[in-house]
Design a protein around this ligand. Sequence first.
Ligand code: ADP
Ligand code: ADP
Ligand code: MG
Length: 448
Amino acid sequence: MYQKLLIANRGEIAVRVIRACRELGIRSVAVYSEADRESLHVRLADEAQPIGPAPAAQSYLNVPAILQAAARSRVEAIHPGYGFLSENAHFAAVCKTWGLDFVGPEPDTIERMGSKTAARQRMQQAGVPIIPGTPGPCGLEEALAAAEQIGYPVLVKAAAGGGGRGIRVARSAEELTKVFTAAGREASASFANAELYLERYLEAPRHVEFQVLADRHGNVLHLFERDSSIQRRRQKVLEEAPSPLLTPELRAQMAAAAVEAARAVHYVGAGTIEFLVDARGRFYFIEMNTRIQVEHPATEWITGFDLVKEQIRIAAGEPVSITQADLAIRGWSVECRINAENPDERFTPTPGTVTRWRPPSGPWVRVDEGTYSGDTITPYYDSLLCKVVTWGRDRPEAVARMARALAEFEVEGIHTTIGMHRRLMAHPDFLAGDYHTSWLEQVFMGQA
Ligand code: ADP
Ligand code: ADP
Ligand code: MG
């Protein structure tokens, strides 16, 4: 096992990885921008290295600065967390040439799954169902022809997109013509890649994703699913595991497809296969995330299995420490993402000083946080403050615990999304498990 590992990230996920390192007896090295000198991840790590000015392009995305920090601190491995460099094949490859283990899959796997069109083609070959759409990146002419075949509405998606950005609906040929140019411009600005493709727009689907884990010894496991259908602007707001939607039969089919998908790309490490499920219970691959996900704690809680420690062990060459037969769904887990945003002002981020931070605790409550009382939230990065995760023997108990936990949560000095989550816990549709990817915006916010 490693003596020392560097975490090329910040916030709650850096804290999460530091905690895993401590449990494994590995010294942790944090990196920080000028805006993050006083951040929680810097305080909790065994060592910390500066990597540059506040803007992410000059610090958390600054590959030479991060590699120099790794060399200075003599680490053996780098954990990229999520976002930032976690799905950057070039970074994963450069780590190798510097003799560092990248905690994640091989660079060519990241590359292949990073392009959503290439991923779709690969999945189709592997027999995993995909949403009808263009076979690869397309221009406007091809998009218009494809849309006639597929039928409107369609989605224009950026091949290199992520974080819910670079996706637009078109309900007619005129609209498609209009959004196509704008989408291309947006994609090249946001992802430095103008490639677009077309997919049928599924009305009111569920987003159900499978956690997979694979090692260098040929073992590929799944750790069941999470339901991430509660979304705003195609970004996840709340997740739960298992999904209230799945029957044991559908779960078995989707799990088999997820394992097949991971095998098809020789996957190594922790990854997520994202699917949409339509009203008739048909499921379709949408993308693979080749990294740890924000909502991994829900899976950890229903399986009793530490995904971050396992990622690190796998990177070090060890086999996964469990077999598929050992895994079962135990109880239910719900996760709420708490962001520094003002729900009354169209969720604009609200930087400022956290004058009071008293997170919930007590039975079966887990808080993965990246901040503390007296901390300053800057405008430079993602607005996620923490995740509150609860467990119950069944869904009603997990939800009741979440309602109780959120009621205890006291934050002053900044706006947060805690109030919205409290209202969610009391909504009859949510209590019934009856929602879809447009439900939060169309139903919950529509009437809130
Ligand atoms: P990202 O890389 O931004 O996460 P995804 O392809 O995973 O992009 O899609 C994000 C979300 O957008 C999905 O969870 C779903 O809500 C919505 N979405 C994506 N593709 C479709 C589709 N074909 N039909 C309907 N909704 C979709
Ligand atoms: P998850 O898929 O783990 O639920 P999210 O979609 O919320 O995670 O993304 C996790 C973080 O990574 C967010 O901060 C998001 O903005 C960022 N992110 C994800 N994909 C990209 C991307 N392609 N480019 C930039 N940021 C991204
Ligand atoms: Mg996605």
